[in-house]
Design a binder for this molecule. Structure first.
Ligand code: SAM
Length: 316
């Protein structure tokens, strides 16, 4: 279905939990602790996805928090995969539990994974994630490759005085492997906004470090990433620049938070409580259509205002 600016909205990002097994410094403050559970249920997720499929959504990404900490994650994948009309089912994960789950995720119908990894140095990884094991993530990446979850994309958030030296190492991974490395500009979000503002790094640094990158055509024109590659490399380098650029004119997505709110724009505090409607036994079809039609033209927050929610509650 087209929104009122002619954009085809075909992508739903579903945050299945705001619980996580990491506390990345820019994403999840210590004030958020893992809860027993008020997360959206499997049945609610399926009802909402089916509602969106009726409007033409054919791509779903499962995210979180960390989606793999949900006990019923394999059933969630299986049930979404079974919905007629879903052509692409992906997941964003920190990869820590992938070595356990990759094979079963693939069997349940997951097509591919994006894995978040900001550094290839185990001490720095431990520091930024407040306790994570790089070794487990690397094992997870291998398991994902072996299971055929493809293409694999690595999400690398760049931070000043933290991972500049990792840029070349990440880019070198694309030389011989069919892997996409995507550098993401750090967004100031939730209570961590001040820390993030102080660590912000413009993605232009990637060209300073590696000037011989060649622009390549995007595989998907609605992707927020601009793609490049090293000459004759197998993989690609993506740059996602939410701060130094805007990509609203190609935006094709709606987000569902783990507590059942629809967010038509990441960079806005506007949310709509779809779970309340489901709990009241109401039909959600018109509600979904209204949200798509009224999706804002571009993101706008008044000067000095930021998104209230933490990224770990939205799902990236
Ligand atoms: N736990 C999963 C993971 O680590 O990939 C999924 C959730 S995480 C919120 C999704 C993505 O958002 C990750 O790639 C993460 O790096 C990114 N992210 C989180 N906070 C961010 C911020 N402030 N700016 C830019 N990207 C951010």
């Amino acid at each position: 279905m087209l929104d009122s600016y002619g954009r085809k909205i075909n992508y739903l990002r579903v945050s299945v939990t705001d619980n996580c097994n990491l506390n990345c410094k820019y994403c999840r403050p210590y004030t958020i602790s893992n809860k027993k559970n008020n997360n959206i249920t499997l049945e609610e997720i399926c009802t909402i996805v089916k509602g969106f499929v009726k409007t033409g959504v054919d791509k779903v990404r499962i995210t979180g928090g960390e989606p793999l900490v949900r006990n019923d994650i394999l059933t969630i994948v299986e049930k979404i995969h079974e919905i007629d009309g879903i052509k692409d089912l992906a997941m964003t994960t920190n990869g820590l539990l992938l070595s356990k789950y990759a094979k079963d995720l693939k069997s349940a119908g997951l097509n591919r994974v994006n894995i978040s990894l900001d550094t290839l140095d185990s001490k720095k990884y431990f520091e930024i994630t407040k306790g994570g094991s790089l070794k487990m993530v690397l094992k997870g990446i291998e398991a994902a490759k072996k299971a055929g979850l493809s293409p694999i994309k690595l999400n690398v958030v760049l931070m000043k005085n933290f991972n500049e030296e990792d840029i070349i190492r990440f880019i070198n991974l694309t030389k011989y492997e069919d892997i996409d490395v995507r550098f993401i500009e750090l967004m100031p979000i939730g209570t961590l906004k001040d820390w993030s503002l102080s660590k912000y790094l413009n993605n232009h640094i990637v060209f300073k470090k590696v000037p011989n990158l060649i622009e390549v055509a995007p595989l998907d024109i609605s992707s927020p990433a601009k793609y490049y590659s090293l000459p004759s490399a197998k993989g690609r380098i993506g740059l996602i620049n939410p701060i130094s650029c805007k990509f609203c004119s190609n935006c094709n997505r709606i987000r569902l938070t783990a507590d059942g709110k629809l967010k038509p724009c990441l960079h806005s505090n506007t949310e709509f409580d779809i779970r309340k409607l489901i709990l009241a036994g109401k039909n959600i079809d018109d509600f979904i259509q209204d949200i798509i039609i009224n999706k804002s033209k571009e993101h706008y927050l008044e000067d000095g205002r930021y998104i209230y929610r933490q990224m770990s509650e939205i799902g990236g």
